[in-house]
Design a protein around this ligand. Structure first.
Ligand code: FA5
Length: 351
């Protein structure tokens, strides 16, 4: 090779470097392109020095080094320009941040509406001297039915079909089994409430679920009458709704009370006009109650000639629906936030 040919080669290498610089979009791409040129054609040019005549070698070396330096400067300048562009774009996105904007809206968790109503009823009855007790969700046939004056083959069992376990127990259909459990455990006089989850093999609709909450109440003492029962029920609804609620009392049959009543409240979803929640009747069954049947007292080892009492089975889930205007019971067992965000946020809106 002579100096003339070398000059052509170096010009070609320089223009190859210029093309690579203009194509590279990232620092990594720039570094890769520079290494490819220095280790490739430039290194080859260095090796070719051996083939020059002795008097031209010095000049050839100088020319190659000049090109080497030129290419290194080109890549360094391109790297600086890339860095400057990155900083500028970071600055721009930082200037898009507006610290005066309100934060993204987040939903705060809270207690379930049924839990809130349950606690409210517990507070009311605690202040009246009632103890809050519990009972098992898996119950025996004895406490769920027999002790409540509902023997096998009694037609009342049809109204409360349930899920039976392989050991002969069942998922309780109501909180009433807590009655005889409390009688046997505490003896008279008794003032207890027992909130809890119940299960039924149920045709589901806007007001019926297979899993729902009730709150049992039981008061046993001497000379307790229906007047006491009605006074307590009215007080309960007034305290929960913070106003007088329109109610109706009608005879109701439950084998474990005599006499028995159904206490219904005017439907809060339609203001008593009739809707799917109240099955178009304008009334919602919420608080069945009655005077404890003597047979039940006997099962609880209490003498019915000495003591009388009343019991009620408040539909807690339905009470929550009425209080917060939730028109479909299924919303309360679902993950639908319209039904389970803080009830204050529902603002009385009908869901
Ligand atoms: C009973 O369960 C009786 N143990 C109540 C009772 C207790 C009567 C003490 C007398 C003395 P009932 O089946 O009507 O009764 O249910 C009571 C309340 O639970 C109903 O008024 C209703 O508010 C609620 N309830 C009943 N079934 C369901 C259901 N499938 N889904 C949601 N709530 C229900």
């Amino acid at each position: 090779m002579d100096l003339n040919e070398l000059a052509h080669l170096l010009t070609r290498i320089e223009s190859e470097a210029a093309g690579a610089v203009s194509e590279a979009r990232t620092a990594d791409a720039l570094r890769a392109a520079e290494s490819k040129i220095t280790k490739g054609p430039l290194a080859e040019a260095m090796k070719s020095i051996k083939s020059f005549a002795a008097e031209e070698r010095g000049q050839a070396g100088q020319n190659i080094n000049k090109t080497k330096q030129l290419i290194a400067e080109k890549f360094a300048a391109a790297m600086d320009a890339l860095r400057a562009a990155g900083v500028a774009s970071e600055r721009k996105s930082a200037s898009d941040f507006d610290p005066t904007l309100p934060p993204a809206r987040t939903l705060r968790g809270g207690l379930h509406p049924v839990t809130i109503v349950q606690r409210e009823v517990e507070r009311i009855f605690s202040s009246l001297g009632f103890a809050v007790v519990g009972g098992p969700e898996m119950e025996t046939e004895f406490y769920n039915f027999e002790a409540l004056n509902i023997p096998a083959m009694h037609p009342a069992r049809d109204a409360q079909d349930t899920f039976w376990l392989t050991n002969g127990w069942l998922l309780r259909t109501h909180t009433s089994p807590c009655q005889v459990r409390a009688m046997l455990r505490y003896g008279p006089p008794i003032r207890v409430i027992a909130p809890g989850r119940c299960f039924r093999y149920e045709a589901i609709d806007a007001s019926h679920e297979n899993t729902f909450y009730q709150l049992e109440g039981l008061l046993i003492d001497k000379d307790i009458s229906i007047a006491h029962l009605i006074a307590f029920m009215k007080l309960l609804l007034r305290e929960v709704f913070h106003r007088d609620v329109k109610v109706r009392l009608r005879p109701g049959f439950f084998p474990f009370v005599e006499p028995g009543f159904e206490l219904d409240m005017s439907c809060a979803i339609c203001d008593g006009k009739g809707c799917p929640t109240c099955k178009r009747s304008g009334w919602v069954e919420i608080l069945p109650c009655g005077m404890v049947h003597p047979n039940v007292l006997r099962h609880g080892k209490i003498d019915p000639h000495e003591y009388t009492g009343f019991a009620f089975g408040l539909g807690l889930t339905r009470l929550a629906m009425m209080k917060y205007g939730v028109g479909d019971i299924r919303i309360l067992n679902s993950g639908d936030l319209r039904g389970i965000v803080q009830p204050e946020r529902l603002g009385g809106a009908k869901v």
